[in-house]
Design a binder for this molecule. Structure first.
Ligand code: HEM
Length: 230
């Protein structure tokens, strides 16, 4: 089963000459950190990746240091705890997939690094899923621990609705409605999936510009060279 068609948004990063909205990425990371990270890991993102994307280096160092990491062995062969630093990866909520399943009714919350280009596809899918929780239609029985969401393939999902109006409070004053927080976290997860999208687009644009100019020059030069013969 495929579920409903997704709600379509004009994501700036999906446009030819535009990149991510960085104010939205900053809010989106806050949503991930305060809500989603309780259950979902972001395995491919280290603190340092956030520098210059969502926060300044000092802000990221400060956030990283609020978490404890195991390190070692030290001179005496012992493991020890220390505060997080820029080179650490974001902490995962569960040590392994068994404990992730155990804590969530048998369905492990997937790593979100690749979810925007993942199995069910696209920022529109994740946005629709987050804003799409509704009561099941009359006559549809939902087993205990499961939730109805018409955008999830099969319509029964182990994740309860994670976002509600004002579930977070944005420091830039943006009102954190469910749809706003969903949009922001989807933007952030899209960045986590394709962190080099901005650079790649800029590079592509530069390459096309240079190639166009060089083509024009060589066309002009060819005509100039051959004009006495014609
Ligand atoms: C599944 C995103 C918060 C537990 C998913 C999926 C997405 C997602 C996109 C579906 C992936 C797929 O298509 O297979 C998010 C986001 C969150 C969030 C963006 C924060 C805003 C949470 C929280 C929990 C949780 C707080 C735990 C209390 C789960 C579980 C699944 C899941 C157990 C697996 C569902 C199943 O396969 O039936 N999440 N999630 N999520 N999430 Fe979340």
């Amino acid at each position: 089963e495929e579920g409903l068609h997704f709600i379509k948004h004009e994501w700036p990063q999906e446009k030819l000459l535009k990149g991510f909205d960085h104010a939205s990425l900053r809010r989106g990371f806050q949503v991930y950190r305060e809500v989603c990270s309780a259950c979902h890991a972001l395995d491919y993102i280290a603190w340092r990746h956030l520098v210059g994307v969502t926060h300044t280096a000092d802000e990221v160092k400060e956030m990283a240091s609020e978490y404890e990491y195991e390190d070692g062995p030290d001179d005496e062969g012992k493991m020890f705890k220390r505060p997080g630093k820029l080179s650490d990866f974001l902490p995962a909520p569960y040590p392994n997939v068994e404990s992730a399943r155990g804590a969530n009714n048998g369905a492990a919350p997937p790593d979100l690094s690749l979810v925007v280009r993942g199995r069910h596809g696209g920022p529109d899918y994740v946005y629709s899923l987050l804003t799409g929780y509704v009561d099941p239609p009359a006559g549809v029985e939902i087993p205990d621990g499961m939730n109805f969401n018409p955008f999830f393939p099969g319509t029964q999902i182990a994740m309860a609705r994670p976002l509600f109006d004002e579930a977070v409070e944005f420091e830039d004053g943006t009102t954190a409605t469910t749809s706003q927080a969903s949009k922001d976290v989807v933007n952030f997860l899209h960045w986590a999936n394709e962190p080099d999208l901005d650079t790649r687009k800029k590079m592509g644009f530069q390459v096309m510009t240079v190639l166009t100019i060089m083509t024009a020059i060589s066309m002009w030069y060819k005509r100039f060279k051959w004009s006495p013969i014609k």
